[in-house]
Design a protein around this ligand. Sequence first.
Ligand SMILES: [Zn+2]
Length: 480
Amino acid sequence: MRLRLGCLLALWLSSTSIGRAGDTLLLHDGRRIEVDSWWTDGALLIYPKYGGTIGIPFASVERVIDGSDGSDRRDPPPASGAVRAARALPPAADSPATLPVDALAPIQPDPPGSEGEGSLARQLEALTALARTDIAARPAAEERMAKVLTLMGNEALRAGDADAAVAAYERAVGLDPSLAPAHVNLGVALLEQGRTREALSRLQTALALAPDQPDALVHLGEALYRDDQVREAIEVWQRAEALAPSERTRARLEKAMREQEVGGEYRASAGAHFTLRYDGTRAEPALGSAILAFLEERFDELVSRYNSLPESVLVVILYPEREFHEVTQTPQWTGGIYDGKIRVPIGGVRVIDERLRRVLVHELTHALVAAKSRGNAPIWIQEGLAQREEGKRSSATTSQHLARAYRLSGGSAFAADLDYASSLAFTEHLISQRGFGALLDFLARLGSGEGDAAAFQAAFGAGYGETLTAWGEALARTAS
Ligand SMILES: [Zn+2]
């Protein structure tokens, strides 16, 4: 995402976090936006979404409806306060790139059977021994092992370890190929890993075994949507909605339908690594080819720098300005977005210009960082790297503001959460201190399921808080 946050640092020093999880923003134009958190920065109200942050003029907010008790906070948010909440934000609820596990919740098989005492690992061990020693008992034992393995896969998936989950589910379907929940959940875990095509085939198998299973339909819809089969995704989600209505599915369905509505007349042209869609009635075909050529050129370069190859073709959708904001529900001045697909408003642009180049590289970087970290990268590094790749460099003013913030903080809780400009500055700092390879190591560790804190410590040789403090000290020394 690319935000033009004009005087972002102007109020950096008077920052307080004021949003609450579950709040709803009611805008003057009648739109309602549910947010996990929000804060203000100058004239903007900012909230996390699509794995980044979105700012809207807070003059456009009529009121905030308090998520905890449903009461209205009558006043628009105060104009002071700034910059908070980026580090431990949950992934945006409807960002396909980073659907949280509970959005793709694995389903439970029936209980594995009467010997279900003790931990799953112990049950598995006992059943394995039984299957090995008692030929007559083997078929029943293996059936139960498949269920135990599915439950173990569910635990791994909930703990964020998609690799372990895939391994467990694969063993489960090997032992009992008719166990539909194992196929569904294998599909879910593969989706978590960005292996869309394999997920599709698993989910189709699951539906052949258990037709009209609503969870299988919901996940199949997700796989189709990510594979850019939007029309098919809509059909499948509609079937799921008819069988078992759910708010989340309805939201996904509505987004897909908005996309289908404005995307209906879009033309596709495929490069080696991209599918590009654009409004054929307004955009110059030459612009489409120029964009594809540019993306392919930068793709090779970025893939070798990040040592990360997305497992599916990247979908890039170019929108006329208005349709872009309708589909993405973003404010007018958002430059682009990566939510599993790269979406860019091109307005009346006829030839590829500097602004468009920067937006494309920025969003492409998001796609590669998401692929490498399997959607687990904190926002500061996503936005830090994306800005860096598009050619931005931190300004002296940012350093001065940060140095001042450090002195005022007395060293504690300095930059506990990073905004857009300081994300870039911190990313640059890490590169200068530890080298770009350390950042890649961090992303790879996140991708293999390590937690934020452990991955940071291992990649940079110091804790996150400790590193921030050392950075603040260095900034304060340089500035004085
Ligand atoms: Zn961004």
